[in-house]
Design a protein around this ligand. Structure first.
Ligand SMILES: O=c1ccn([C@@H]2O[C@H](COP(=O)(O)O)[C@@H](O)[C@H]2O)c(=O)[nH]1
Length: 297
């Protein structure tokens, strides 16, 4: 079951880091290679260095858009899709048993959602996928039912982006006549799905620690996996995130704290080209994140 694979991998690796793999080949080393090969060579080298330095994250999260944008299907070029396939195989071989979350943020009418679920689980063989909640339960249902087959589904709950509050924090009247933000209504729906389908989880950003605290307290006794993006590049703090989870009594081993660009290409934020020791920079950033999280773990 997905929940078990989260527990096992957290225990084995001793951390709850999720390494995001969102390639920007134009900012990657190996510039003599075509973009797709540059991605493969960069991640191959990174994985090698990670193993040499015993840096083992407890999940990986490729975002599908970064790969598909390298395809030129009308020209018969599927190099982005092939790259994603190869990266998934590389993870499986180098880090066996570590869950892979495909960040695809799907969600449609039921019959179309069923096809998108096939895309994530049957085509890409991902362990988990991200899904948007706003078309309702018949839209998330075809994904969530895959939890019975051992897959995981993370439903967007309170996202990390600056505009996330525009809709997600709209106040609704609750059953008791008080006001509560929409993300709490979504949280209740996620908890209901998780009670029937263990492996159904929530995406909650690290950029709003108070809201993360409220949600992790709500989920604390409900066995709802949390995927927490927004540390590093977006300004969230890994240390604050782990402390927030601990203080709310949330079972830490079910959480995954994601960092993508802050690990795989930290030089881009400073508008720099990849330096000659890019692999040391990347693995240092990963080592710091693992350290920061393990200290509080
Ligand atoms: O609320 C959300 C949901 C998903 N994401 C995704 O996570 C990574 C974050 O990348 P960084 O480079 O670490 O900022 C990216 O794939 C987003 O699409 C998110 O950031 N926030």
């Amino acid at each position: 079951m997905y929940i078990e694979s989260l527990r096992t991998s957290a225990q084995k690796q001793g951390n709850i880091v999720c390494l995001g793999l969102d390639p920007l080949p134009e900012h990657f080393p190996f510039e003599e290679l075509p973009p797709a090969q540059r991605v493969i060579k960069t991640f191959e080298t990174l994985f090698d260095r990670m193993i040499t330095r015993s840096l083992y994250p407890a999940a990986f999260k490729p975002n599908i858009g970064y790969y598909h944008r390298l395809d030129r299907p009308r020209e018969g070029n599927f190099s982005g899709s092939k790259t994603l396939a190869q990266v998934l195989t590389m993870i499986e071989e180098a880090f066996p048993g570590v869950p892979v979350i495909l960040d695809a943020k799907r969600g449609d009418i039921a019959s179309s959602s069923a096809n998108y679920a096939q895309e994530a689980f049957a085509c890409w063989k991902a362990d988990a996928v991200t899904v948007a909640p706003y078309m309702g339960s018949d839209s998330t249902g075809p994904f969530v039912s895959w939890c019975e087959k051992g897959k995981g589904v993370y439903i967007l709950n309170r996202t990390s982006n600056p505009s996330g509050a525009e809709l997600q924090n709209l106040e609704l009247r609750d059953d008791a006549g008080g006001l509560a933000p929409l993300y709490m209504t979504v949280a209740r729906a996620i908890a209901e799905s998780a009670a029937r389908f263990p492996g159904c989880g929530a995406v909650v950003g690290a950029t709003n620690p108070q809201e993360l605290g409220r949600l992790s307290a709500f989920y604390a006794s409900k066995q709802v996996p949390l995927l927490i993006p927004g540390v590093g590049g977006q300004g969230g703090s890994a240390g604050v995130t782990v402390r927030t989870l601990s203080q709310s009594g949330y079972p830490i081993d079910l959480a995954r704290i994601n960092s993508s660009s802050g690990i795989t290409h930290p030089w881009v934020k400073q508008k720099l080209a990849p330096p000659p020791d890019w692999d040391r920079l990347s693995t240092d950033a990963l080592a710091r994140l693992i350290e920061e999280i393990s200290r509080e773990f």
